[in-house]
Design a protein around this ligand. Sequence first.
Ligand SMILES: [Zn+2]
Length: 413
Amino acid sequence: MRAMVQTNDAARVDAVWLNARLATLVQDRPGLGIVESGALAARDGKIVFAGPGDELPSWSRAAERLVDCEGRWITPALIDCHTHLVYGGDRAHEFELRLAGATYEQIAREGGGILSTVRATRAASEDELMRSALRRLDALIAEGVGTVEVKSGYGLQLAAERKSLTVTRQLAQHRDVTLRATFLGAHALPPEFADKREAYVDYVADTMIPKLASEGLIDAVDGFCERIAFTRDEVARVFAAAQQVGLPVKLHADQLSNSGGAALAAKFGALSADHLEYADEDGLAAMAKAGVVAVLLPGAYYVLKERHAPPVDLMRKHRLPIAVATDSNPGTSPMTSILLALNMAATLFGLTVDECLAGATRNAAHALGLAGEIGTLEVGKWADLAIWDIERPAELVYRLGFNPLHARVWRGR
Ligand SMILES: [Zn+2]
C-alpha cells in the first residue's frame, strides 16, 4: 500500500477520518447536507475527499493517520464571525448598575459603557491584552471554533488601535486558529474629540485607516451606526476610506433603533450587517440584493433585555443568509460560548437548528469573506473540523452550558 502512494504523490493523503456522520453544510444540499457513514480525507491541510465512506478512494486508506470516528458527527469547525475579544478590564460594575435599573444608553451618556473599556484598553500593555484575550479565545476554541473575527475599537487613537490589532495578529501565532482583524475606529467618539465629531471621523478615515491598512493590520473595516454612535453619513465617509484602500466593510446596524443601517450596508456591498433588531423590510431586501450577510447577536439582545427581536421572518422571506455570533465584548455580551449563542438564536429569535448551524459555519464564513476557504466540508477547503460526541446535530443547539466536542481539527491537524 505504501508503495502505491509513493508512485502517485498526487494521491498522497495525510489523514482520513472514517466511520463518521458528516454535516457538510454544502450550500446546494438540503438541510445540513448530511452524509451518514461518511469519510473525510485531508492533504496539506485541505479537504481532498468528503462523502460516503464506501466512495472513499482506495489510495486514501494509505494515509499516515487513520482516525476511526466511531459514528461521531463531524461538522465544519465553528466560526465566530463577530467578536470584540481584545480589550482591557471588564465591565462587571456596569452589570451591577444595569441590574439596579440603568440603561445601556444612560451608562454610555455618562462616560461609561464603551468609554470605560477604552480607558482600560489604552492603559493596558500588549502582554496584558494578550493574556486576557487568550483566555477568551481558548474558551471559543474549546467549543470547536476554528476561525474568530476580532474587532478593534477600544483604542480610538492610532497607537492604541494599533496595539489591539497587533495583539490580534499575535494571538494567531499562539494558537491553531484563524483570526480576522476588523478595524472599528468608528465605534464611539473618544473623549478628546467630544466636541469635534467631524474631526474624529476625518481622523478615522484619513489617518487611521490608510496607516493601519498599510501596516497589514486589518482585514476589514466596521462602523457602529446608531444614535449613540455615528450617523449614516459619518459611517459612509469611513466606508469610502476603507474602499479606497481595498478593504471590505461590515456594519453594526439597527441594533437599538432603525438608523437605516441595513440599507447603508447594502449600498457599500458590506460583507455583513450585524444586530439588525430594528432593520426594516426595505433595508433587508437591499441587503439580500447586495449579498450582505445578516449576523444575529443574541447575546447582546439577552444582556440588554431587549424586547424587539430581529425580523427573522423578513430575512427568510428575502432569502438573506443568516449568521450567528457571540459578539463577545465586555459590556453588552460578555459571552465566550458559540454554542450558547446558537441556543439563544433558537430560543430568543426562533432560528431552526439548521439555520443555527449554518449560521456558525457556512454563513459565518461568508460574513468574513472566507466562503471559498472554510465553512463547509468540501474538497478544496481547509480541513477545519469539529468532531462531536452527539447523536444528532440538534444537540449542538439544544443544550445550555454543555460542550460535547470530542476533537477539533485545524488545517488537517
Ligand atoms: Zn459588536
